[in-house]
Design a protein around this ligand. Structure first.
Ligand code: PLP
Length: 383
């Protein structure tokens, strides 16, 4: 099997497995005062220190959560609860559903939501953000890198605008964390979401960074864990796994080269396009659309060959209308349902044979599907 769906999730790295296994004996409740509880508490606090340092934050600024969906919800709803006077939120059009759906829910509560368009590469229109910020603006939320097309956003520039206008800035860093270095202080990010399972740690663990002094209210009340911001007994092994995953060596240079070769070869297919930016994209992401074919059929045919890719985002539910990300970058209707996302493993580089096999099988199967499609590339259609 050649697994090329690492933007959806990743396998547990061997080093992470070992780290978890060596902590199987750590079972005490971290809130218990006895030695078994203290042992678990020490593991959590060591992990918190390490993760905080990794993004240039302080330990007390990290709140462990069940993953980025919760982190994103906590960022938006937690801020809204603590700052009830400000009722305006700004997000980009290509945010993950855990942001966009949270904003829809906030809209029903009377919030004004501005969804800022992106250009044809998926880069958010920064000037539109600037223009839309007003006295009532609670938050600007823009992801670091997009989960479908891999486009990297100019978060430094957006942070500067937010600073100047005294508006809080949240970054969903799920796809970029541990791939693109980030320092929340030098950039000026106020809140940042991270998820473990995208970087070869366990599922069901993540964190939200909240700058000291930024007021949020908890969404989960109870025993007062995580400094009262997120009650519930902590996922100790998950936390340990997340802290271990940031040590792993990621092969940026080699993976980028491999990805670039795949892009170069696939773009030779008539009717193939690369979605997103050529240069401003995550090094392990390639997202293609093919004229007149169904991405889902292509995905299934590749699966039969042992190659696992996804169609757009595995987290995207609105499949019939086509991906909201592809629509936002203006992908034409003949391409809209013909997209696949190839997201490479950042811990292991494909061999030349695997790379050739992937290229060959995509070519063969696109050709097969194009032959049976009523829409032929290069032939004018009334459809
Ligand atoms: N944000 C982005 C950009 C994502 O890609 C994902 C997962 O696909 C999430 C948030 C949600 O993360 P989790 O699965 O940890 O809830």
């Amino acid at each position: 099997m050649i697994y090329l769906d690492n933007a959806a999730t990743t396998y547990l790295a061997e080093e992470v497995k070992k780290e978890i296994a060596s902590n199987f004996g750590v079972f005490g409740n971290p809130s218990s005062r006895h030695s078994s509880g203290k042992e678990a508490r020490i593991e959590i606090e060591n992990a918190r220190d390490k993760l905080a340092k990794f993004i240039g934050a302080k330990s007390g600024e990290i709140i462990f959560t069940s993953g980025a969906t919760e982190s994103n919800n906590l960022a938006i709803k937690g801020l809204a609860l603590a700052n009830p006077k400000k009722k305006h939120i700004i997000v980009s059009a290509i945010e993950h559903p855990s942001i966009l759906e949270t904003c829809s829910a906030m809209k029903k509560q009377g919030y004004k939501i501005d969804i800022i368009p992106v250009d044809s590469e998926g880069i958010v229109k920064v000037d539109e953000i600037r223009k839309n910020i007003g006295k009532n603006t609670l938050l600007v939320s823009v992801m670091h890198a997009n989960n479908e097309i891999g486009t990297i956003q100019p978060i430094e520039e957006i942070a500067k605008i937010c600073r100047a206008k005294k508006v809080l800035f949240h970054v969903d860093a799920v796809q970029s964390f541990a791939k693109i270095p980030i320092n929340v202080n030098s950039i000026g990010v106020d809140l940042l979401s991270v998820s473990g399972h995208k970087i070869n740690a366990m599922k069901g663990i993540g964190f939200l960074y909240v700058r000291k002094g930024v007021k949020i209210y908890p969404l989960v009340n109870g025993g007062g864990q995580e400094d009262n911001f997120r009650s519930g007994t902590e996922n100790v092994l998950g936390i340990i796994s997340l802290a271990k995953a940031i040590d792993l060596k990621r092969y940026e240079f080699e993976v980028r080269n491999s990805r670039d070769r795949i892009i170069k070869e696939i773009l030779k297919i008539p009717g193939a396009r690369l979605d997103g930016s050529q240069s401003n994209r995550l090094y392990n992401n390639a997202c293609f659309s093919f004229y007149g074919i169904e991405g889902e059929s292509l995905q299934m045919l590749l699966d039969e060959e042992g190659i696992l890719v996804s169609t757009g985002s595995a987290c995207s539910s609105n499949k019939l209308a086509g991906s909201h990300v592809l629509r936002a970058i203006g992908v034409n209707k003949f391409y809209l349902n013909g997209s696949i996302r190839v997201s490479l493993d950042s811990l292991k580089v494909l061999t030349k044979e695997e790379e050739n096999f992937v290229i060959q099988k995509i070519k063969e199967n696109v050709e097969k599907l194009s032959k049976i499609s009523p829409f032929k590339f290069g032939v004018k259609s009334n459809g």
